[in-house]
Design a protein. Structure first.
Lengths: 263, 263
């Protein structure tokens, strides 16, 4: 079973199913989106769309109505293809413990989603996630997926790993493997059993290559589509790993085990 | 003719030839190195090696004796395989106009190298490259290859593009396509005919995909080996481009034309 463990809603939805078929991907863990770079025409439109994305990644923008709309859109797309998709529900940043519990109940568990994310704390904001970790610990069994590429700094990633240490029953998926801080992240992750490494946004093949070697049971294939092609993301890992058993785990087995999916 | 337009000396040298054969790469533009991540064993050794690399990239470290040794090593490896390799010679940062001319004469032209780089200005240091641009304009026909991923900022890349505008006869290769600033870099590059975009270190396939579409005659395939696998770097471009003519130019034609290589 090949599972793309992180991709965003793309338009039109049929196109995503085509991309999965082309890459021989059985299932995709689907995340909401508030921007659609894949539908833009020309550089100018793309720039407008990506600027909105960067405002979200920088914690400048967190529009509630658009977030709820994106969750409804996700629930609809997952519901239309329950064999192809598993949903992860997004959550506003900086809620209190009770607000987090309420949101998770209504928008995550209520929609049958299996995890929470993509979380995009701005730099310096990670400690505010303590209330969310407490709520997730209370609910149980929902992995948290956190973006750790630009604009996050090493201090932010360290703060996130500290939270993972404090809440050992909360699985934390480190999105994009720590970005430019992949080696520090990998070294720290070895000592924190509830930390998983997402292998998308690879700018050097040294990073996924070493991550898989060091943590074959906690590294997760993902495309981060539409930001990368599912076919190419999968091919990269197929060319990095010669051990077929390990490759199977990274391409699907590890995330299936984490989410307790039926085999 | 498939040409990997940017890779570093790897040890043992035979391994590089094997990687080229595996990827069906005919020639590689080879650059010096002062670090060898490919020979490390384990995460700790790799960390030591990469920390040295980051000190060089941050402009903290610029050891003259090691640089000269690396140039001699490069000349030796290129000389041993003149059909496989073309050399680009590195240069210390911040030399005067006359010192630049002297260095280029002795270590670049003197070794039969065909370009200059990899230049790694620290953030804020790009304007110091004016004397180098003047010297290269004087010598003629030597492209400058500049690293523009982390730790360079958008202001640094803008300063570099300003220099490219001021010296229109100096070809400037923007290494790694501007990194996280790839879209701004691409938009600016469209208006500066002497700017070329290196397609290595791709963390999102949107970047090379759009770069090739917008600048099919000024985008250059490269692996940046040992930081990425030549086979994977080539495969990524093959999967992004459906136009065979464009693909041929990007995979070798464009750099061959820039360096006036015999067909």
């Amino acid at each position: 079973m090949i599972i793309d463990s992180h991709a965003h809603v793309m338009l039109p939805p049929e196109r995503h199913i085509e991309l999965m078929a082309e890459a021989h991907i059985d299932q995709t863990i689907l995340f909401t989106t508030m921007v659609h770079p894949e539908t833009t025409k020309g550089l100018k439109e793309l720039e407008t769309e990506l600027n909105q994305l960067y405002e979200i990644l920088n914690g400048v923008r967190d529009p509630l109505r658009e977030r709820i709309h994106a969750l409804e859109e996700l629930a609809q797309i997952v519901g239309a293809n329950p064999d192809k998709y598993i949903g992860f529900g997004s959550i506003p940043f900086g809620l209190s413990y009770k607000e987090n519990l309420g949101w998770i109940e209504k928008y995550v568990v209520g929609n049958g989603f299996r995890g929470i994310g993509e979380l995009t704390p701005g730099t310096g904001q990670v400690p505010q996630m303590d209330a969310l970790f407490r709520a997730v610990q209370e609910v149980g069994s929902l992995p948290l997926w956190v973006h750790t590429f630009f604009p996050l700094k090493l201090e932010d990633i360290k703060a996130l790993l500290d939270l993972a240490r404090q809440y050992p029953t909360v699985p934390v998926i480190i999105g994009h493997l720590g970005g430019i801080h992949w080696l520090d992240t990998l070294q720290a992750a070895k000592e924190i059993p509830n930390v998983y490494l997402d292998l998308s946004a690879t700018f050097t093949t040294l990073a996924p290559s070493l991550a898989i070697r060091e943590l074959p049971e906690r590294t997760l294939f993902s495309s981060d589509a539409p930001y990368a092609s599912p076919l190419i993301a999968k091919m990269i890992l197929e060319h990095l790993t010669t051990d077929n058993y390990v490759l199977e785990q990274v391409l699907g087995g590890n995330i299936a085990k984490l989410l307790q999916l039926a085999g």
